[in-house]
Design a binder for this molecule. Sequence first.
Ligand code: ADP
Length: 262
Amino acid sequence: FTPIHRRGEGQSGIIAVLQDVTDQEKLEQARREFVANVSHELRTPLTTIKSYLEALDDGAIEEPQLASRFISVTRSETERMIRLVTDLLHLSRLDSKQSMMSKSTTLVSEMLEEVADRFSFQLQQRKIEIVIRVEKGVTGLLLDRDKIDQVLDNLVSNAIKYTGDEGAIRLEARKIEKDMLEISVQDNGIGIPKKDLTRIFDRFYRVDKARSRNMGGTGLGLSIAREIVKAHGGTINLESELGQGTRVVFTLPIQQEEEDEL
Ligand code: ADP
């Protein structure tokens, strides 16, 4: 690079140039890591599918019980790849700001009830209790319902995945400050070790890869949630205590006129 010399300013330009290169390198490094991660995440199920198909071809197809087990593995691995590719597509649309916001006024209590309804079968099966609390005075909010539903689905599905049977989940909404709504999803599950907390929103970062995979996770849920919340002008944070549970909190700005409409 060429250092910039300006009369009277000494070599102050050099620092800015170096900074630029480092940022560029960091970005490039992140991009390389991302591509490597995507390739690895896709390669794993493909390898599994290939070996099961080979086993079927080598004779397992003649044994109905074995064959049906092998086919069901192939199927679930295919479903995992579809989930992964769908998540990647969502992320890339959010990254390129291609995904248009389609905001409408939404009743917060109704939205939270409906998330719980979507998971009611799983919750019942695992005997996990879900409690919804909406502070008095919290009514409507202007938001992209599909996208915020995706945030809530990701957070509640994590809460279920990483909580033992007979656990409890709390969904809460309250006003903080005059013009911010805070929504939180809290569980009393396995929690996250302190050392992992700083990287937990990174793409593909998981505390325990094997466990997350077994649970059907892609490692992208929290990254997607963060992008969506950011696109709404809010913030998202996660607090966790190993063995005690996890609480994810996100904020959304309240537009006064919209709230008055309801
Ligand atoms: P995944 O698809 O693996 O769940 P996420 O991006 O949603 O990916 O979450 C990243 C990782 O954070 C998970 O693999 C898990 O290790 C950890 N995690 C997320 N939510 C929770 C939770 N409620 N309790 C414990 N660990 C969690």
